[in-house]
Write a protein that binds this ligand. Structure first.
Ligand code: MN
Length: 322
């Protein structure tokens, strides 16, 4: 069985961006990173063959991180974000039936990031934006970024928060390099970005703002009840919300299946967030597309839900004209 799919955590690499990317390798072997680089840099037969074999009709491409999230020079970060968006737009324009794009922005200068997002949506035809975790030590609820959220909401452009290493290296990871990275620390870090956005009231101020989390929601769907329960008695230091946190999580956060091929978290995400807020993704080339596709094609869910996960939700959330 093959069902037509849209996938949206699908990575690419641009020339001159590999130095930023190399900071995320950690304990990955040079052979593996070389192999990934070849796949990331290809927009032709190699990528399309992988998509064709697995029923992926459309791949929405985002830069493999961290990109300019790791650039200390703000002027350079703004300039390079623009360059990589132009690079991606040129590649997408060669095959608009199969590819779409997520913008790359430098929130070091939030006004510039907002302007660049607007350019990417209105002129380059992109579908949203991907931000690779913290920018120079700044989380995505930082007050300086407010103007960016305002614009993203106005453009109805979803913000995909992609994992990156935490800013600092807490003692809890000492002596356990295996937990530093995708196995554990990335999920904690990325979920924390989302929770900071929720509790700081960004979704209350900008009801049309949307974020997308990969990896079946970075464990947030599992925690909804506890989040609400403990919010009621938490030391909030002046933070207020009209509704409990789960209200905003359900309304403003969408998740993808990237990197998670397992029934239990899929059902948890569907039950917690609803069938309209879960989308298929493969995380090419870091995960196996065949495994991701086989999983969603055979998951024990009804066909109407499968259709929404594989196609309808992404089409609606990314405003795709297909
Ligand atoms: Mn990824």
């Amino acid at each position: 069985m093959s069902i037509k799919k849209i996938a949206l955590e699908e990575h690419f690499m641009a020339p001159d961006f590999t130095d930023y990317w190399a900071t995320t390798f950690g304990n990955i072997s040079p052979e593996l990173s070389d192999k990934a680089l070849g796949a990331l840099s290809d927009f032709g037969a190699r990528r399309l063959d992988d998509m064709d074999k697995n029923g992926i009709e459309i791949a929405i491409l985002g830069l493999a991180g961290p990109g300019v999230q790791a650039e200390k020079d703000t002027t350079l970060a703004v300039k390079r974000a623009r360059e990589v968006n132009d690079f991606l737009a040129a590649e997408v324009s060669k095959n608009t039936k199969r590819y779409g794009g997520l913008a790359h922005v430098a929130v070091q200068d939030a006004k510039a990031a907002a302007d660049e997002l607007e350019r990417c949506i209105t002129q380059l035809g992109f579908s949203g934006v991907m931000i690779n975790g913290a920018t120079n030590g700044m989380y995505l609820d930082d007050p300086s970024i407010e103007v960016f959220w305002e614009r993203a909401a106005a453009l109805k452009a979803p913000v995909y928060i992609h994992p990156n290493n935490p800013i600092d290296h807490p003692s809890m990871f000492n002596g356990h390099p295996e937990l530093w990275g995708p196995m554990w620390s990335w999920g904690v870090e990325t979920a924390t970005h989302a929770m900071r956005i929720v509790t700081s009231g960004i979704f209350e101020r900008y009801p049309d703002a949307k974020i997308i989390l990969g990896h079946m929601g970075e464990a947030i769907p599992f925690q909804l009840w506890r989040i609400d329960s403990r919010w009621a008695i938490a030391n909030r230091q002046g933070l207020t919300l009209k509704e409990p946190p789960s209200h905003y999580i359900r309304k403003n956060i969408m998740v993808t299946t990237s990197g998670v091929c397992s029934e239990e978290p899929l059902h948890c995400a569907l039950n917690a967030l609803g069938g309209d807020n879960v989308m298929f993704s493969a995380d090419y080339p870091f995960e196996r597309t065949a495994e991701a596709s086989h999983f969603i094609e055979n998951a024990k869910i009804d066909e109407a839900k499968r259709q929404k996960i594989c196609w309808d939700n992404a089409k609606r959330i990314l405003n795709l004209k297909v």
